[in-house]
Design a protein around this ligand. Sequence first.
Ligand code: TXA
Ligand code: MG
Length: 349
Amino acid sequence: MSSKTYPDKHTTTSYEPSRIVPSTAEWIERAAKDLLQGVIAAFPTETVYGLAGLVTSEEAIASIFALKGRPSSNPLIVHLASTRHIEDVAALNTPLLRRRVELLYPLIPGPLSLILPAIDGRTSPAVRAGGNTVAIRIPRHPVAQALLKQVGRPLAAPSANRSTRVSPTRASHVLGEFPSAGLLILDGGPCEIGLESTVLDLTTPRPTILRPGFITKEALEEALGEPVSELPEAQAQTSTAGIAKSPGLSTIHYAPQTPLYLRHQWYELGQKPHNMGWISFHPSEPVPQMAKETRVLSKRGDLDEAAAQLYEVLRELDECRLDAIIVGDIPEHGVGVAIFDRLRRASRR
Ligand code: TXA
Ligand code: MG
């Protein structure tokens, strides 16, 4: 990132309060006007809340990186109103690529981001972290849709949290992350899915999942009619042309401030802090009696409900002044794969 300075309103040194506003037509119009002028704003999507800026505004994009404390090597997802706009920013430059994208239309709009070859000059280079690919996503949340239509241009939007932290699933979480950044935060209520989109790379010979999400490998294989690979963790950290294949997967991420342990890590710990909280997937799971706080992700043992609850519960326990948060076993199928992926990254030290 350059050392250029930007209007106070967008930087972490600003003390102008951020504010949550209802997602009425008037507020969406106001947010759209701000965005068109290069001012950033937060908005709801079906996955998590995003921090949006015009893809062509160097200033807005620099503000997003600065506010999040995000490394400039980690590219942003470009949000579009509909599939009609994909080729505004990405080149579907082979018949195979075009066919793969079209086969995915039944899953779009929705919680799916596609990595595609970028068209030069359509997004600020910082959005792509200087690389030659671009991530696109068409969110289905009605407020996100309304905002994108009103702006009429693509919006870069990472999750609206400080880098490495838990993504926000409510407007109040965004306010908690950036209380004094002068941000307009459109309130869309709690996010339905609660986990970030599946990131699928279509620039590789075989479609490859860079970040698991609500849209599973099986659903992608069914839509595409071909096998889909998953990026082995070691490779997520290998740099190609300066950017990691999926930087969001490479370091500690999605983490509460309280140290988080998976059940097996906890049992392997020699000296265990007493002041601990326990998160279980299902009420039938045995929980050690010494746990000071306990939470259940889904009373009926449903993975979708668990995904929607996860970040909220992590934030809640983070407020409890515990020395450790332990998470019990999550079934590793369906969206459980994505839940487990986030927990593994949150538990890295
Ligand atoms: O659900 C979501 O995807 C949310 C909402 C707001 O849409 N957004 C989100 O953005 O999670 P962010 O920036 O927190 O995560 C974007 C992920 C990161 O892991 C990033 O490295 C990866 O997408 N990514 C973005 N552009 C990429 C590219 N060109 N190549 C590889 N990975 C890319
Ligand atoms: Mg994020």
